[in-house]
Design a protein around this ligand. Structure first.
Ligand SMILES: Nc1ncnc2c1ncn2[C@@H]1O[C@H](COP(=O)(O)OP(=O)(O)OP(=O)(O)O)[C@@H](O)[C@H]1O
Ligand SMILES: [Mg+2]
Length: 255
């Protein structure tokens, strides 16, 4: 099965342009089955703000106390997931929302409980379940929540969750959809990026904040054997007439 894993940033969810959905239709016509994993940063921050909880980040990852986790789950599962599913339905996709912590869909483990709290990384994906859903011609839309071995819910950075799902499904292509054209350097789009270049740009703080886990996950996903890994914008066509637009991750720069 030819799978396109789409990580949709919470940052872009409310600003998705019609042309984004046209690109999805074009890719479906090329035989891709679509699987979504979404984030929810702005929605979560808005709710935290209403509750007077100050968001904290460490290298782009949200420090997640038990109180923050409750808000993360409430917002991701109750709001963000529903918004994306209904948007997809509006554009004619038969989308079904799934919680990452249901049915061992996403299993995880703590990254560093003392520094980050209830933040996890994915250790296993129930790919059979996702494949079964795809065989029904449905479009699964997953929240980036995982269940630990002892049954605790973990908050997973959505980029990392998407990379793990892409790997588990052996996706042909993985795109990280965000609110910028791709990785920018001095305002210009970097069309191709290697590991060395990414490390340098992170060190130089050209890449910062939420772009750090995204770029790191993109490169890791490439190294696990997913051939096409890209960061693209949700504000325009990211695929048109057979061509992709955005930052493409490569092992080496072609000369
Ligand atoms: N070099 C860079 N090029 C482009 N954007 C960058 C760069 N460095 C940092 N950024 C920031 O990264 C942001 C995208 O990451 P962010 O985590 O905010 O969004 P997201 O992952 O799409 O959404 P969410 O985290 O809610 O899922 C951009 O809006 C920009 O502010
Ligand atoms: Mg992010």
């Amino acid at each position: 099965m030819k799978i396109l894993l789409i990580k949709l940033g919470g940052s872009i969810l409310n600003e998705l342009h019609e042309s984004f959905f046209t690109s999805l239709k074009d890719l479906q016509a090329e035989g891709y089955k679509l699987v979504f994993v979404h984030g929810g940063g702005p929605d979560i921050n808005e709710m935290l703000d209403a509750l007077q909880i100050v968001p904290e980040f460490h290298n782009g990852l949200r420090r997640t106390t038990k109180d923050v986790l409750d808000v993360v789950e409430l917002v991701l599962s109750g709001k963000t997931n529903r918004t994306l599913v209904s948007l997809l339905q509006k554009y004619g996709f038969s989308a079904i929302g799934l919680h990452g912590n249901d049915a061992n869909l996403l299993q995880g483990d703590y990254i560093d409980q003392s520094a980050l709290g209830e933040v996890g990384e994915i250790t296993n994906v129930n790919s059979d379940l996702i494949m079964n859903i795809l065989s029904l011609d449905l479009v699964p839309v997953l929240t980036p929540l995982a269940l630990s071995e002892n049954g605790k819910t973990l908050n997973v950075n959505a980029d990392m969750a998407a990379g793990a799902v892409a790997k588990a499904l052996n996706a042909e292509s993985c795109v990280f959809v965000t609110d910028v054209k791709g990785v920018l350097e001095n305002g210009a789009l970097v069309e191709r990026m290697t590991l060395d270049e990414a490390e340098q740009l992170i060190e130089d703080k050209v890449i910062y904040g939420g772009m750090i886990p995204k770029v790191k996950t993109a490169l890791k996903t490439l190294q696990t054997g997913i051939e096409h890994v890209r960061i693209v914008s949700g504000k325009e066509h990211f695929f048109e007439s057979g061509k992709w637009v955005g930052t493409s991750f490569v092992e080496k720069v072609r000369v």
